[in-house]
Design a protein around this ligand. Structure first.
Ligand code: AMP
Ligand code: MG
Length: 311
């Protein structure tokens, strides 16, 4: 395994690895991804193995250009084009009917496919050079924290990966917003880098709510996810002498001061949880952000990080 600065030679080499069925770590604007050819069932299975991810948890397929959409989706409604035009490249994933060239291994057995165009220039260039749709779940072990910089990546993951491309810290730092367009009413399956209000403005009618049967449809919707080793406990005010993510001034060496603005907070969250994890005995206290719409994605991840394990 080699860590490469994203020179054109490094990108060529990573693209060749993807084309030949290998797995590379690529930066995106959301989080670092474990990237492989989305149309290669064996490569996809390898990604599931590396992550320890259950086979029924679908992967997001990344493309570099809207013209590639016809390779991965059987059809798309006019609303998909409107959303794509407004938010791609960027942290919005659309769930559409699956094209047969995408194997069911990639979509967790579903007849739908999740697709997006990332905005990170290295990801875009890599997908272009690989010349195939690229499946890329977060480069972490199942249920762990998604890496937002190369240092956060678990050595257990690195062992099985051929190339890591260094793209610096991820700008968004939280996973993409996932919107299901396969039903009459569009629904947000997972809040993320694009806010509900931004999507609502393009859709122009109320977004659907989630029926309980959806809860297992997406891994990001499981209760416990995105969690560090220590238990995360949400509080109004963090106690002294304990590892914590706090708002406001602090001189406590166990406290990490977080930004007051939601997108800056989101960009810092996973790295801060990992840093707190290394300082914590067994609990990380997190001062609860406001319960307002602009904090939806951050609050979603904090809820999932603080949920009791289900199994
Ligand atoms: P990750 O790759 O770890 O960011 O997770 C992929 C996310 O995409 C999951 O959390 C799901 O919410 C979503 N997803 C991927 N494919 C589908 C699909 N076919 N239907 C519904 N959700 C999907
Ligand atoms: Mg993930």
């Amino acid at each position: 395994m080699s860590v490469l600065k994203p020179s054109s030679a490094a990108l060529q080499s990573a693209a060749a690895t993807i084309r030949s069925g290998g797995v590379v770590i690529m930066p995106t604007e959301t989080v670092y991804g474990l990237a492989c050819n989305a149309t290669d069932a064996e490569a996809v299975q390898h990604v599931f193995e590396i992550k320890g991810r259950p086979a029924d948890n679908p992967l997001i397929v990344h493309i570099a250009d809207v013209s590639q959409l016809k390779q991965v989706a059987e059809s798309w409604p006019p609303l998909a084009e409107k959303l794509a035009e407004r938010f791609w490249p960027g942290p919005l994933t659309l769930v559409l009917p699956r094209h047969p060239s995408v194997p069911k291994e990639t979509t967790g057995g579903l007849d739908t496919v999740a697709v997006r165009i990332p905005s990170h220039p290295i990801a875009l260039e890599l997908i272009r050079l690989a010349d195939c749709p690229v499946a890329a779940p977060s480069a972490n072990l199942f249920m762990g924290l998604s890496p937002t910089n190369l240092n956060m990546i678990d050595p257990a993951i690195e062992i099985d990966v051929e190339v890591m491309l260094d793209g610096g810290p991820c700008e968004i730092g939280l996973e993409s917003t996932v919107v299901d367009l396969t039903d009459e009413t569009p629904r947000i399956l997972r809040p993320g880098g694009v806010s509900r209000a931004q999507i609502q403005a393009v859709v122009g009618r109320p977004l659907g709510s989630l029926p309980p049967s959806f809860v297992r449809k997406s891994p990001g919707m499981m209760h416990r996810h995105y969690a560090p080793d220590a238990r995360v406990v949400l509080v109004d005010e963090a106690p002294d002498g304990e590892a914590a993510l706090v708002f406001g001034e602090t001189s406590n060496s166990l406290h990490i001061r977080m930004p007051n603005e939601p997108s800056a907070y989101g960009a810092r969250l996973y790295a801060a949880l990992q840093a707190a994890d290394s300082r914590a005995d067994s609990v990380i206290f997190v001062e609860q952000p406001p319960d307002s719409a602009d904090w939806e994605a951050v609050n979603d991840r904090l809820q999932k990080a603080s949920a009791e394990p289900e199994f």
